[in-house]
Design a protein around this ligand. Structure first.
Ligand SMILES: O=C(O)CCC(=O)C(=O)O
Ligand SMILES: [Fe+2]
Length: 310
């Protein structure tokens, strides 16, 4: 049995933003994960999104495959993704559906794929509403993260990260099978997320685990408990690069628990043209930048290629 990790709780609505920023800094340094409460996304909307997601995944595979993933939007079937490219498993035991940006650049928003309105009349509207709400909560958090790094609160805006930022919503369904003896099948194999931050919600079924020290072997995995109504936020790899590993992009995975599970991951990524390079406040002659500057779009493309074996 894994131990349970006690993650800090951050209140997004607290008027004391300086103190909130300090707590976020501590959480990102110590864990790379925290709970977010009072984020402005109503429980009713969250339930509706989970319900619509369930409806989609319960369609016959043939129907779902009509919307198969293009331009990183749409459906990916069981075992199509392997979040740990180093593992030799046949892939993760999950199916997913991606919704890309829903506002701003028409060329981007038009790439989204939607199930037929006749079958699911409110599906698109529900997903778009959720996407917009998450984008707004995510941006507030990015302002606080800038403060947490002793930068101007609009720092990430000024470097172009938030010029039509890429928000990708991933609906996930884990069928809950336990695999067989000679093969380890994960719901989601170990990985860190690629972008700035991720906001995660689930139906409450357990399975999520974190490994706080990715350089330590053997790995120590700890369970993350569900808190009703709270998002679980984690730092992504590009934020880790910006902060020269001050903020950690923590490894996590989803174990199969023999129970079906639904979750929603919202990835807030910098605009593809934004260059991610070590913040001045995070390097010094004794602690030089560990990563060269990269363009966000190029970095993401490379990571997707590894995930999908494309
Ligand atoms: O389903 C979960 O709880 C985690 C999903 C996840 O880590 C991801 O989609 O990147
Ligand atoms: Fe993840």
């Amino acid at each position: 049995m894994a131990e349970t990790v006690e993650l800090p709780i951050i209140d997004l609505s607290s008027p004391d933003r300086i103190s909130t920023a300090k707590s976020i800094r501590q959480a990102c340094v110590d864990y790379g994960f925290f709970y977010l409460v009072n984020h402005g996304v109503e429980g009713q909307l969250l339930s509706k999104v989970l319900e619509e997601s369930k409806k989609f995944f319960s369609l016959p595979l043939k129907e779902k495959m009509k919307l198969s993933r293009k331009h990183h939007r749409g459906y990916t079937p069981l075992y199509a993704e392997n979040l740990d490219p180093l593992s030799r498993s046949k892939g993760d035991s999950k199916e997913t559906f991606y919704v890309g940006p829903v506002e701003g650049d028409m060329a981007q928003t038009n790439l989204n794929q939607w199930p037929s309105q006749e079958i699911f009349p409110s599906w698109r509207f529900t997903m778009e509403s959720y996407h917009k709400k998450l984008m707004s909560a995510g941006k507030k958090l990015i302002y606080l993260i800038a403060m947490a790094l002793n930068l101007d609160e609009d720092y990430f805006e000024k470097v172009g990260a938030l010029d039509t930022p890429s928000g990708f919503l991933r609906l996930l369904h884990y069928p809950g099978e336990l695999g067989c003896f000679n093969e380890q099948i994960y719901g989601a194999s170990e990985h860190s997320d690629y972008g700035m931050i991720t906001l995660l919600a689930s139906d409450g079924v357990p399975g999520l685990q974190v490994c706080r020290d990715k350089f330590n072997q053997p790995r120590l995995w700890e369970d993350v408990l569900h808190i009703n109504g709270a998002f679980i936020v984690n730092v992504g790899d590009m934020m880790e690069r910006w902060t020269n590993c001050l903020f950690r992009s923590t490894l996590h995975r989803v174990m199969p628990v023999g129970q079906e599970r639904y979750s929603l991951a919202f990835f807030l990524d910098p605009n593809p043209d934004c260059v991610v390079e070590c913040l001045e406040s995070c390097c010094s002659p004794s602690c030089p930048a560990r990563f060269p500057p990269i363009r966000s779009g190029a970095y993401l493309e490379e990571r997707f290629k590894l995930t999908y074996g494309e």
